[in-house]
Design a binder for this molecule. Structure first.
Ligand SMILES: [Zn+2]
Length: 241
């Protein structure tokens, strides 16, 4: 049998898949594996040249994919860590739930025990753990928010008509200036309280000033002086997908 063709990329050898295509194709998948495909008959040495030219790009993609995977996997996996208002909680999986409905999340100090069904495959278990942890975090946020809104609305003397919690992929909060309804990104519950508060004040300020102009920033700085610090933390770690 013929040895499979491979090229060296980012310190590993990657098999080359021959296809009915016109040019060499290189991609970094979300699971950090690299795929190379090339036209039938195209010289292996030239595929290697192509891979060498692309090596910086591949390294960048690998680093980005690794960051995303670390952030996602670390959370709800057994031995992982979930952050509640910036406090890390150590996650353990306990497979003692008799039914799906009996699965639950239990916090004890800095420990977070996830009670899961025993008959789940490893990947199903992580998916269930994610679902349970995200629901639990959302519950925590729902408990915290009424007090946060009450305090900050009084401080700013600005009142909204209501608020809701949503998972959002690109923004931390939003405000409908017509209905005066504020939407808060569910993931804010994982950051220090200053981050949540600064987003709430930011959206409240939009009820006085819809655009991000100088007046808006004066209002925000006056009502929440720590907003710049909070914004730096949020900008450094954008919402998970
Ligand atoms: Zn804004």
């Amino acid at each position: 049998m013929r040895e499979p063709e491979t090229v060296r990329i980012a310190g590993t050898s990657v098999p080359v898949t021959r296809k009915r295509i016109r040019r060499v194709n290189l991609k970094v998948r979300a699971d950090a594996t690299i795929a190379v495909s090339a036209p039938y008959g195209y010289p292996l040495a030239k595929i290697q040249d192509f891979a060498d030219e692309k090596s910086d790009w591949v390294e960048q993609r690998l680093a980005r994919v690794a960051t995303i995977r670390d952030r996602e996997a670390g959370h709800w996996a057994d031995g992982g860590s979930v952050s509640l208002l910036g406090t890390p909680l150590h996650v353990t999986h306990v497979t003692d739930a008799p039914t799906k409905r009996a699965q639950s999340v239990e916090r004890e100090g800095e420990k977070l025990r996830i009670h899961l069904r025993a008959d789940l495959e490893a990947d199903e278990r992580d998916a269930e753990a994610r679902r349970l942890v995200e629901a639990w975090l959302k519950q925590q946020l729902a408990q915290i928010l009424p007090d946060v809104f009450e305090r900050l609305q009084d401080r700013c003397a600005i009142h909204c008509s209501g608020w809701r919690i949503r998972r959002m992929k690109t923004r931390w909060g939003s405000c409908n200036t017509k209905t005066r309804m504020i939407t808060i990104n569910a993931q804010l519950v994982e950051y220090p309280i200053e981050c949540l508060e600064s987003v709430v004040v930011h959206e409240l300020c939009h009820l006085l000033e819809p655009s991000h102009n100088a007046r808006f920033h004066r209002l925000l700085d006056a009502y929440y002086p720590r907003n710049r610090e909070a914004r730096r933390i949020l900008n450094a770690t954008p919402p998970r997908r």
